[in-house]
Design a protein around this ligand. Structure first.
Ligand code: NCD
Length: 316
């Protein structure tokens, strides 16, 4: 009998080594070629079950995980719950145990509480992917952002990325700072003092409160103002925030690219003229989300000796 191997999850960027990150990005690149074919489905994960458990609203993340699983021929099931009515304690445990009865291979979970994906990983036998837990982590977003940057600029090493806006409430920012550090890029956080988490410098990024600091960056990464997570007023008014930190055409220098994880508040953190300009990689990020999530599912389910004897990535 084969010795029990530790299950691998993707709960945060710190579950990844640099090699893991590059392997997933390379797999995503190979998978991207399959999107140009007339028949886009690959047989790779036939017979596997991917369960999406979403306790918070989502457009891009949920749709791309669903499609990613389908494109790899896995079965998928999606359960949505309204964030406000669910509390982390017993109900999540009960849901997880109920769903575990279907023997899912992977559970993809988004939840308003930090640590909910870790909880599900401990309560079930499935491999768990964190699709966003509170303001904590969103590792697949970081991977798709790294993929987008690498494809656009041709490298990750030493790329300077200015992350602008509501860093305090952003799991995207936390995961991206860690992801950029992992691959040797340089993150810079630009935000008003009230929207910068204490101690973020300790994660290896610079911090500036002045918008003109974005001038040195190769990538301007704009964050949404997360009003649903703001219990108090963190800025005097959205209008003032926009005038001081909004990304307008005048603030973007030629040669810079602009990213945003979506959903955008057009006219708040980003001017529509920037969002729709040639400098914007926002639609590219969405397409990257599909191939990177295919790569993550593939990577987790085909770990050597873990689940399948012969992983085959059948991309011509
Ligand atoms: C982000 C999220 O949910 O954390 N969206 C996403 O996954 N594309 C960012 C946000 O909500 O602002």
């Amino acid at each position: 009998m084969r010795a029990e191997q530790p299950r691998r999850h993707l709960l945060g960027v710190d579950d990844l080594t640099r090699d893991d990150a590059y392997r997933i990005l390379d797999t995503a690149r190979a998978l991207e070629r399959s999107l140009d074919r007339e028949v886009k489905k690959l047989p790779t994960l036939r017979g596997r079950l991917v369960l999406n458990l979403f306790y918070e609203s989502s457009t891009r993340t949920l749709s791309s995980f669903e499609l990613a699983a389908k494109r790899l021929s896995a079965d998928t099931m999606t359960l949505r719950a309204s964030g406000s009515s669910v509390d982390k304690g017993e109900s999540l445990r009960d849901t997880a145990l109920t769903l575990a009865a279907y023997d899912p291979d992977v559970i993809v979970i988004r939840h308003p509480h930090i640590g909910a994906p870790h909880f599900v990983a401990a309560a079930t036998q499935a491999l768990v992917v964190n699709a966003g837990d509170g303001k904590h982590q969103h590792p697949t977003q970081a991977l798709l952002d790294l993929f987008t940057i690498r494809e656009a600029l041709g490298r990750l090493e030493d790329v300077r990325v200015a992350i602008v806006g509501d860093v305090l409430h952003s799991r995207v920012a936390r995961s991206l700072v860690e992801g950029l550090r992992l691959v040797g890029a340089s993150p810079l956080v630009v935000a008003p003092p009230t929207l910068v988490p204490r101690g973020i410098e300790g994660m290896g990024c610079e911090v500036s409160h002045r918008i003109d600091a974005i001038g040195d960056a190769d990538v301007v990464y704009v964050l949404r103002m997360q009003q649903e997570r703001m219990a108090a007023a963190y800025v005097p008014s959205l209008r003032e925030y926009t005038s001081l930190y909004g990304i307008t055409p005048e603030r973007v220098r030629p040669g810079q690219v602009v990213m945003h994880p979506g959903p955008m508040n057009r006219g708040v953190e980003i001017d529509p003229r920037v969002a729709d300009s040639g400098a914007s990689l926002i639609t590219t990020q969405v397409r990257a989300g599909l191939v990177v999530r295919m790569a993550v599912l593939y990577d987790l389910l085909t770990a050597p000796g873990l689940h399948v004897a012969q992983p085959v990535l059948e991309v011509a």
